[in-house]
Design a protein around this ligand. Structure first.
Ligand code: FAD
Length: 391
């Protein structure tokens, strides 16, 4: 039987099915044995550990929500816990999966025809094909719904794509990138499966990041890239499809943020038990206990919120505002928590091998991607007031 995470203070994981808990146990064992020991090194070198791609496929991490490829029937709450377990060990590997499975595969599952799903999803689920998701541009981040400048022009059975993308995760080594572009004819956003060997496509790694260093983010240039109509996502006719994909992934990013907070909290707790100051472990000082308990409170409140957000997704009643609040809340609480955990470690909190520093840094990227706190707040604000305040 898979033990509960100690940091799951209110035993939420008990609500999962035995099969789900078994799967999480296998994931945790793999991450502890193979990923935890190398995570800091790869982070420092800003490289992605590609050796994890195949084992994570065997663990069923690519497309667990997609009936065509999933290993077993499972709940959104289970998938949230998987994102948490991944984030708890390595936010880089967890983000790789968020892009491959959450963004790229879900785009095909939601927007692709049956043939397109058959063509791409099984190979992606096996990790043979790596995907990326190209929405953000140099001049359009939070306002991607209206501000996309990348264009798609139809010439018979071929589309010609021109424009630039920024921040595209996995794109330096991906096989296929879902490119979102505006059709010049009807001004609607459409999705295209662009293989990275297509002439006119270039991806250049963004260097010198201080967060999520293992994730290979790229600037992409599309210069007259020609894509056949058969590679246009057949059921993606407007930004509504893009938004539907983001609604699915946002809640998982919230869960991932809790994992990051837990990773930092566990390292801080271990440290506090061992570090002696003023003749006793710092864990015995009241103000240090306060930081640790407040961290656990943030984690626990976030788990409670995300459990319900995912359960509502399972019931088909989760709206944009529910995933937006989960993401905004959990990432804000994560950011506060990793700061407190770094504080518990004093000066050592800024050194990688003490176990908090990587989570502390990575938290900054998770805080801003998949909708910043402000944008997710405005999505909730629109829902409760009926007033859209984005513009
Ligand atoms: P901006 O939109 O320029 O925002 C800057 C600031 O202004 C933010 O604080 C924002 O909240 C605030 N702001 C903007 N508009 C408003 C408003 N109306 N009201 C109040 N405040 C506002 N994108 C992809 O397409 N694919 C990927 O794989 C991908 N991976 C990423 C990985 C990393 C590590 C990072 C950092 C980003 C990634 N992104 C990716 C892009 C990410 O989604 C964007 O960074 C994010 O949407 C924010 O856009 P921006 O960075 O352009 O910031």
């Amino acid at each position: 039987d898979t033990p509960l995470l100690e940091s799951d203070f209110y035993r939420f994981q008990e609500g999962l099915t035995p099969r789900e808990r078994e799967s999480l146990g296998q994931l945790r064992a793999y991450l502890e044995a193979e990923v935890r020991p190398i995570a800091d090194q790869y982070w420092a070198r800003a490289e992605f550990p590609t050796q994890t791609i195949a084992p994570l496929a065997e663990l069923g991490m690519y497309g667990p929500s997609i009936p065509l490829v999933r290993h077993f029937e499972n709940s959104a709450v289970f998938r949230g816990w998987a994102a948490l377990e991944l984030g708890r060990i390595d936010a880089g590997v967890s983000t790789f999966i968020g892009v491959q499975s959450g963004l790229a595969m879900n785009s095909i599952a939601v927007g692709g025809s049956d043939e397109q799903q058959q063509e791409w999803l099984p190979r992606m689920a096996r990790g043979e094909v790596v995907g990326a998701f190209g929405l953000t541009e140099p001049l359009s981040g939070s306002d991607s719904a209206r501000g996309l400048r990348t264009t798609a022009r139809r010439e018979g059975e071929t589309w010609v794509l021109d424009g630039e993308k920024r921040w595209i995760g996995n794109a330096t080594f991906a096989d296929v990138v879902v490119i979102w572009a505006k059709d010049v004819a009807d001004e609607q956003v459409k999705g295209f499966l662009v293989t990275t060997d297509t002439p006119g496509f270039t991806a250049t790694k963004i260097e010198d990041k201080i967060a999520l260093r293992t994730v290979q983010n790229a600037d992409i240039v599309l210069d007259g890239v020609r894509v056949p109509e058969s590679r246009r996502l057949q059921r993606a006719d407007s930004f509504r499809t893009t938004a539907a994909v983001l609604r699915l992934t946002r809640t998982e990013v919230a869960w991932q943020a809790i994992g990051i907070a837990i990773g930092a909290y566990e390292a801080a707790l271990d440290y506090a038990r061992e570090r002696i100051q003023f003749g006793k472990p710092i864990a015995a000082h009241q103000m240090v206990q306060d930081l640790l308990v407040r961290s656990l409170m943030n984690i626990t409140a976030s788990i409670a919120l995300c459990t319900q957000a995912s359960a509502m997704q399972d019931q088909g009643i989760g709206g944009d505002e529910h995933s937006a609040m989960a993401k905004a809340f959990a990432t804000a609480k994560m950011r506060e928590t990793v700061g407190w955990c770094r504080e518990v470690q004093g000066g050592n909190g800024i050194v990688l091998d003490k176990g908090v520093a990587r989570f502390f840094s990575d938290a900054e990227a998770i805080y801003s991607y998949e909708g910043t706190r402000e944008v997710n707040t405005l999505i909730v604000g629109r829902a409760i007031t009926g007033q859209a305040a984005f513009v």
